[in-house]
Design a protein around this ligand. Structure first.
Ligand SMILES: Nc1ncnc2c1ncn2[C@@H]1O[C@H](COP(=O)(O)OP(=O)(O)OP(=O)(O)O)[C@@H](O)[C@H]1O
Length: 308
């Protein structure tokens, strides 16, 4: 894997003294989709703004495809596209003109054929001569992506791409990101939505309080930190955990069954012993099922621990 973006020891203290980033280190591989997950105020937008040159870091270094972000700013910035959170489009412009203008800002020669390719990729081609004010919210978001892609960046940042959009549009966005990945673009997105990170990302970074708590392959993360639960339904519901089973980490479910939490990665889960002790205690099983903890459970636990 080639590292395309490297963030090292980046801090940011805003005027007034608030430290929004406390030494962020992050390496992004070419072609991957990384989701940065964090609660409100964690520092996601600050980090993206620094990488995209909208804000300056207080300290630290950033390289983009080997270009030093400070010394070779223009070369580094040319490799980055940013889709901002806010829709900030010119209402009276046509889609084509608006995207053309963005390309011009990067000093790239006019290339309408390339822009049309991008519009096709985003299913926007039939709207190319429409004025932006006539477009739906979903189409406007696509225009923002087209503007961010028009100078052919290698890395695309999407800051909260689906904040406040309906479920259908959210799924459309996921599809667009999958398409972009196929074209070789590296995508870094910030999100509050855990299901979004779960659906789209190859790797997940969790940021809280200006610090990256972890960056890990999504599947490995779910496997490593995931607890499993065994739900035991009983013929005769109980109100409390029977005395004979007090040595097990059990809780009572709403339906009067028992819930046994265990580490799915451990050599021995303890389930066999538990089931035989249940029988000894005179309890009769009605049904058994298991549940893997989701990324949401993991995230909530991590951020809670960080705040403690
Ligand atoms: N211009 C600024 N001046 C002072 N403090 C700021 C400024 N911008 C952001 N902050 C503070 O820095 C912290 C990080 O903000 P940031 O917007 O990066 O978080 P975020 O993770 O993107 O949150 P959200 O999901 O709410 O957008 C917050 O406490 C915020 O109040």
């Amino acid at each position: 894997m080639t590292t395309i973006l490297s963030v090292s020891g980046v801090t940011k203290t805003y005027e007034g003294g608030h430290q929004a980033l406390k030494g962020v280190n992050l390496d992004i591989d070419e072609g991957e989709i990384l989701a940065l997950l964090g609660p409100n105020g964690a520092g996601k937008t600050t980090l993206i703004s620094i990488i995209c040159g909208i804000a300056t870091a207080t300290s630290g270094t950033i390289t983009v495809a080997g270009f030093d972000h400070a010394r070779d700013y223009r070369a580094a910035r040319n490799l980055i596209g940013l889709v901002p959170q806010e829709i900030n489009l010119e209402p009276f412009e046509t889609v084509m003109n608006s995207v053309r203008f963005s390309r011009g800002l990067f000093g790239k020669p006019r290339d309408d054929a390339r822009i049309e390719e991008i519009l096709k990729l985003l299913s926007l081609h039939d709207k190319k001569d429409d004025r932006i004010m006539t477009l739906s919210g979903g189409m406007k978001r696509r225009v923002l992506i087209a503007k961010a892609l028009c100078h052919d960046p290698k890395i695309l940042f999407l800051d909260e791409p689906t904040a406040g959009v309906d479920v259908e549009l959210r799924k459309d966005m996921w599809e667009i990101v999958a398409q972009l990945k196929k074209t070789g673009v590296t995508v870094i997105l910030t999100t509050h939505y855990i299901e979004e990170a779960e659906a789209m990302a190859d790797r997940i970074g969790v940021i809280s309080n200006g610090e990256i708590l972890l960056v890990e392959e999504k599947d490995a993360l779910i496997k490593r930190l995931g607890q499993k639960e065994l739900l035991i339904e009983l013929d005769t519901p109980v109100d409390t955990v029977p005395e004979a089973l007090s040595g097990y980490p059990l809780t009572v479910s709403d339906a009067g069954g028992l819930i046994y939490s265990y580490d799915a990665q451990a050599g021995s889960t303890g389930i066999t012993g538990l089931l035989s002790d249940l029988r000894e205690a005179g309890l009769h099983l009605a049904d058994l099922s298991t549940r893997q903890s989701s990324l949401e459970d993991i995230f909530v636990d991590l951020v809670k621990e960080d705040a403690a």
